[in-house]
Design a protein around this ligand. Structure first.
Ligand SMILES: N[C@@H](CCC(=O)N[C@@H](CS)C(=O)NCC(=O)O)C(=O)O
Length: 212
């Protein structure tokens, strides 16, 4: 059994999708980041950086192990199940490359673009332009890659796609509203999103909700 600590945000949804894809038994624990539950002593013991997602896997030869950082969790679950990440070689390297690109670039930049466009109490033109421009650049990089590849790292659906999908869906909706010309340019991302949206595990992971 895996304890899964999460909230209804893109980084949380990555792990929800992966757990569903792998068919692992898990129990979800809501950490309401709007109520600062990520800072409670009990959660910080599991996730010292005070961010979701985190897991505790109780079924390991070494006893229970807790893991935070979405990329580390995705790699861990892929290795545990032998799924969505090649065991060695070029296919593994490419998947890890695009996974790293997601966590180091796409997540932070799209997150800041969303924050300064829709959450910040004041409209700061410089920050809005900086992060919106960088988000658009990253989407163009992704689109170019998907023009020549079925999935982000090549022919196989993998943990890099799982990491990207929950970030791209809300960004796509916001971009379609603010800059419809850009989404029309990015038809390879549109095709990739429709393919991935048809997976039952993705539907389950994306629809995870908590009652207040
Ligand atoms: N690099 C981390 C980022 C995790 C992250 O930013 N989580 C957000 C929700 S999507 C969070 O917990 N925010 C609460 C806070 O910043 O206080 C990962 O990939 O897991």
């Amino acid at each position: 059994m895996i304890d899964f600590y999460t909230w209804t945000t893109p980084n949380g949804r990555k792990i929800a999708i992966m757990l569903e894809e792998c068919g692992l038994a898990y129990k979800t624990h809501a950490i309401d980041i709007g109520k600062n539950e990520q800072f409670t002593t009990s959660f910080v013991r599991i996730s010292p950086n005070s961010k979701i997602p985190a897991i505790i896997d109780h079924d390991t030869p070494e006893g229970s192990i807790s893991i935070f950082e979405s990329a580390a969790i995705l790699i861990y679950l892929a290795e545990k199940t032998g799924r969505f990440l090649a065991p060695a070689g070029a296919r593994r390297a490419k998947t890890l490359q695009w996974l790293t690109w997601q966590v180091a670039g796409v997540g932070p930049m799209l997150g800041q673009a969303n924050h300064f466009n829709s959450v910040a109490p004041e409209k700061i033109e410089y920050a809005i332009n900086r992060f919106t421009t960088e988000a658009a650049r990253l989407l163009k990089v992704m689109n170019s890659q998907l023009e020549n590849n079925q999935y982000i790292a090549g022919d196989d659906y993998g943990i890099a796609d799982i990491a990207l999908y929950p970030w791209i869906v809300p960004t796509w909706a916001a971009t379609a509203k603010a800059n419809p010309g850009l989404t029309m340019e990015l038809s390879a991302i549109d095709r990739w999103m429709s393919t991935i949206s048809e997976r039952a595990a993705v539907e389950a992971g994306m629809s995870m909700r908590f009652r207040d």
